[in-house]
Design a protein around this ligand. Structure first.
Ligand code: PLP
Length: 401
């Protein structure tokens, strides 16, 4: 864990660049180049291990964004990737080898489940999936060849929060590497390195970019791990394009203010939904009745923009509510300035066996919101009108009787 020089809002705006820099452009230029020219072989030797050699290895624009992220996460270093999936798969590939075993939470991002359960076995690496907050199950799943503990917090779409202190203690006891998909948390709400987690992964596509206009991934952590991952990234070739890194940097400048607004609005929306007569359940960690409220309070500043809720009636009723919303756009993804709505059983959890889905607590009546930065009163008014489709259905049914 690295000491922070400034508060988050300052790090977000000024991070990555030296403050002493004078007479240059204020905004980081886009080094839109695949390669870098040298004058002689002496210089070639000097630049080869730097970010001014060949863009698959590194690029100055990318470096500024990587440094800014490392400052925000409080880690030694960070790396960017072409997508969140690229960050997660490349990092795991860098840290395990044939014969190793991984323990992972059951309710992690679907793409990662697929990678662990269908792709890694081809390379002789097995994974065991365990219940999110059952630490005994985590420990029981460990084998002599277990190398890595992979978690995700908060989870999608039930927004469960994992006790990072307990995970780090378990990993220390058994000499394991810990990796976390911290996409739903952001460093504004939680810095896993502070709790002893080794490697922090993100789909930067979400809050970091913040405007739903780029795809990128992030790994931040200890220097020795980052170096190993850098070698693997260079070999697999899943680097970010400098133009996307520029957009990312622009997003990072406002991440603190965006996430703070999203925290406040999402909590207000969760409270509104909880008292609504047609809503049967609300999932938001900063609500006192959420199963992980105490953990969230301990390790998070806010719970972020994702609020999931279940409505009275059937899956079709949930779809009708989602379709009736005007300010929440029907689209997957989260964390951006525009509010979005999805039905998890038709999007993120579509490919998951219905029985397993039920075990994970993902019902057909569930609606997932990503709360943006529009005025919260407008968003609540939209939800209020959207939910009237359920009342209307009821009245019609009574009339038909
Ligand atoms: C929690 C989480 N992790 C990883 C990913 C994958 O990120 P990307 O789409 O940037 O590859 C996603 C995408 O939705 C996600 O929600």
């Amino acid at each position: 864990m690295k000491k922070h020089r400034f508060r988050q809002e300052t790090e977000a705006v000024r991070g990555g660049t030296g403050l002493a820099k004078k007479n240059g452009p204020l905004s980081t230029p886009i080094y839109q180049t695949s390669t870098f020219e040298v004058t002689d072989m002496q210089e070639q030797l000097r630049v080869t291990p730097t970010d001014s050699f060949y863009t698959r290895y590194g690029n100055p624009t990318n470096t500024v964004a990587e440094n800014a992220i490392a400052e925000l996460e409080g880690t030694d270093a960070a790396l960017l990737f072409s997508s969140g999936m690229a960050a997660i798969t490349t990092s795991i590939l860098a840290l395990v080898r044939a014969g190793d075993h991984i323990v992972a939470q059951r309710d992690i991002y679907g793409g990662v489940i697929k990678f662990l359960s269908q792709w890694l076995p081809k390379l002789g690496i097995e994974s065991t999936f365990v219940d999110t907050n059952d630490m005994e199950q985590h420990e029981r799943a460990l084998r002599p060849n277990t190398k890595l503990l992979h978690i995700e917090s908060p989870t999608n779409p039930n927004v469960r929060v994992v006790d990072l202190e307990k995970i780090a203690a378990l990993a220390r006891k058994h000499n394991l590497i810990t990796t976390i998909d911290s996409t739903f948390a952001t460093p504004v709400n939680c810095r896993p390195a502070e709790w002893g987690i080794d490697l922090v992964l993100h789909s930067g596509t979400k809050y970091f970019g913040g405007h739903s206009d780029l795809i990128c991934g992030i790994a931040a952590g200890r220097r020795d791990l980052i170096e190993q991952i850098h070698h693997t990234r260079t070999t697999l070739g899943c680097c970010i394009d400098p133009h996307a890194a520029f957009l990312l940097l622009r997003g990072i400048k406002t991440i603190a203010v965006r996430v703070e607004r999203q925290n406040q609005s999402a909590l207000q929306i969760a409270e509104f939904l909880r008292q609504h007569p047609r809503v049967t359940r609300v999932h938001y960690p900063m609500l006192k009745d959420h199963p992980d409220y105490a953990i969230a309070k301990k390790q998070m500043k806010g719970a972020g923009c994702v609020v999931s809720f279940e409505v009275e009636g059937s899956g079709a009723d949930a779809c009708r509510v989602a379709e009736a919303l005007h300010l929440f756009t029907l689209a997957p993804s989260l964390g951006g300035v525009d509010s979005l709505v999805t039905i998890p059983v038709l999007t993120s959890h579509y490919m998951i066996d219905p029985d397993l889905r039920k075990k994970m607590g993902v019902t057909e009546q569930m609606i997932r919101l990503s709360v943006g930065i529009e005025h919260v009163d407008d968003l609540i008014a939209d939800l209020d009108q959207g939910l009237t489709v359920l009342t209307g259905a009821r009245k019609q049914a009574v009339l038909a009787d």
